[in-house]
Ligand binder design. Structure first.
Ligand SMILES: Nc1ncnc2c1ncn2[C@@H]1O[C@H](COP(=O)(O)OP(=O)(O)O)[C@@H](O)[C@H]1O
Ligand SMILES: [Mg+2]
Length: 157
C-alpha cells in the first residue's frame, strides 16, 4: 500500500486532483471517496469527469444513487451511497461495475464508500478532511488485496 497526503487549498485544487486522475486512470479503476458532507467528494468527481473528457454536467447522485456518463474516453459510474444501508448496498450488486461483466469497464467513483460491505480486489481510497473553511486535505492510498495481487501476477503472465 502506498499513501500520499495532498493539500487542497481551494475547490479548484480538488478539481485539479480529479482532472489529473481522470486523464491517467485506466478502465476498471475504482475510487472510494470518504469524508463528511461538504468535504469535496462531488467536487473531486466533477474534476475526474472533466479529465476523462466528459461534457455532461456532473450532478450529485444523492437521490439517484448511480449516474452513468458515456461521453468521455471511458464510462464513468458515479455513485453516492449516503442514503443507503449496508443491506441496500448489497442489493445493488456493485461488483458488476468493477468486474466489467454486465457493464463496460470504466472508472467507478463512490461517495460515502464507508457504506460498502465488500470491496473490489484493487482500489484507490481518497479520504477528504476539513482543515479550515476552504482548505481540505486528501489522504490517498492504493489497496491491492491478495486476490488482486494474484490476478495482476497472472496478467503479467
Ligand atoms: N478545498 C476544497 N475542496 C473541495 N470543495 C471545497 C473546497 N473549498 C471549498 N469547497 C466547497 O465545499 C463544497 C464541497 O461540496 P461537495 O463537493 O458537494 O462535497 P461532498 O460531495 O463531499 O458533500 C463546495 O461548495 C465547494 O465549492
Ligand atoms: Mg457529494
Amino acid at each position: 500500500m502506498t499513501e500520499q497526503i495532498v493539500k487542497l487549498p481551494d475547490a479548484n485544487a480538488t478539481q485539479q486532483l480529479g482532472i489529473y486522475l481522470g486523464t491517467s486512470l485506466t478502465a476498471g479503476s475504482v475510487i472510494l471517496l470518504t469524508g463528511d458532507l461538504g468535504s469535496g467528494k462531488t467536487t473531486f468527481v466533477q474534476g475526474l469527469a472533466q479529465g476523462m473528457g466528459i461534457v455532461d454536467a456532473i450532478v450529485s447522485p444523492t437521490f439517484t444513487i448511480i449516474n452513468e456518463y458515456f461521453s468521455g474516453r471511458l464510462p464513468l459510474y458515479h455513485l453516492d451511497l449516503y442514503r443507503l444501508t449496508s443491506a441496500d448496498v448489497d442489493d445493488l450488486q456493485l461488483e458488476s461495475y468493477w468486474s466489467g461483466i454486465e457493464s463496460e469497464l470504466g472508472i467507478v467513483a463512490i461517495e460515502w464508500a464507508e457504506r460498502l460491505s465488500y470491496l473490489p480486489d484493487d482500489y484507490m481510497r481518497i479520504e477528504l478532511t476539513y482543515d479550515s473553511i476552504d482548505h481540505r486535505i486528501a489522504k490517498i492510498s492504493n489497496f491491492l488485496t491478495a486476490e488482486g495481487a494474484e490476478s495482476a501476477e497472472k496478467d503479467r503472465g
